[in-house]
Ligand binder design. Sequence first.
Ligand SMILES: [Zn+2]
Length: 446
Amino acid sequence: MSLRALLPRTETLRSTVDLLAGGLKTREKIDAFRDRRLRALVQHAARHIPFYREHFARAGLDVRDVRGAADLHRLPLVTRADLAGRAAGDLVPPGTSLNGLISHRTSGSTGEPLTIRRAPGEETLLALFRTRQLRRHGMRAGDNLVVIGLFSEQQEGPAGTWRSARHALRRYRTHRINTLREAEDLLEQIHAARADVIGGFPSTLARVAQHLIETGTPPPPVRLVSVGGEVATTLMKKQIAEGFAAPVRQTYGSHEFNMIAAECPATGDMHVIDDNMILEVLREDGAPASPGEQGEAVGTALHSFTMPFLRYRLDDIVVQGEDRCACGAPYRTIRRVTGRMIDYFTLPGGRVVHPYELTVPMLSEDPWMRQYQMTQEATDRIVLRAIAWEKPSGAHLRRIEKSAEEVFGPGVSFRIELVDRLPNEKSGKFRPSRSLVKSEYDSRDA
Ligand SMILES: [Zn+2]
């Protein structure tokens, strides 16, 4: 692989420094940057990415008509299924070595698995946007950042200095802990890592906060709790703020884009990360939503040339905010996101299991699966409904059943149903896992 391929496609070194040091300071600079990047990306995709070449041709698009974000509506929308149905080679420039790319296999909020690929430089750049956001929310140089996420035992622990660009630039010490650990265990590790800042799923941190409140344990001395990755309900945020006695700030992101929006501490709305991606909120008739109106989130990544995402449907429902935040920041805003909702399953005897314990290994091992939904129908009964690209073998199904028995235990009946379609919620939102026994999202607080 050439050196060029390892670096993110930045316009100039200066513009990258501007972006990451504090971001572009005025709306004019941000908008000019978005327009330039969009033109470059659309031309690149039409020329070099087989999927987009066909997709644009089918829509009769002349790429010369796309001069900036104001012309975005000319581009046809792209769905997760459009990309998931294509060979990897159709989604990246010809001659790209897939082995040299960093890939994430994810099901997002739709239960539809997709592999996202980025050059190492692109991956680093997106990670730096996240760090920039944590800094804006109150993280300081020298802080211990504890990230609670989906990490294997090998990935847990302190992140190596030489690997972490964030560490090199700002001297943060990052420590990773697996989100599936018990609350007590998580707390012990948070203390051991001497966390100043904690980042993680709101459901996990609410569980730890509940434990702190119920046992009357003094909270670890953290200055900031950053939540993201799934919808944070009002109740979850209240519990976390009370349990940890620290401010809770929400971010909205996805594997395709990394940072999409982040809470404004002044107004409680969310700033769209306009220099990382273009976010459109579209009504059912396809027109842009006005402030206060609800619509579908559609994203265009400004830094992904290896596997571009142009007018990509995120399958999240968003309430549009003011065109410019009242706090004075130059960013567009959204008010609220209804994104990924993952329920924990409370099993007979009170044991609590996160569905990820089954679905994460399953996603990496079952390429036949096109979309899935896991439902806890009764305390002791769980059903996995799946749509298949091609009929899975008996051995595939038995392997999933065996892991399910290990995760849920022998007292729980588990079955797999192959189906042709999976229903959406009344809100139009799809829920990859849901408990009919107890759900944070179905309570009135959600
Ligand atoms: Zn603001």
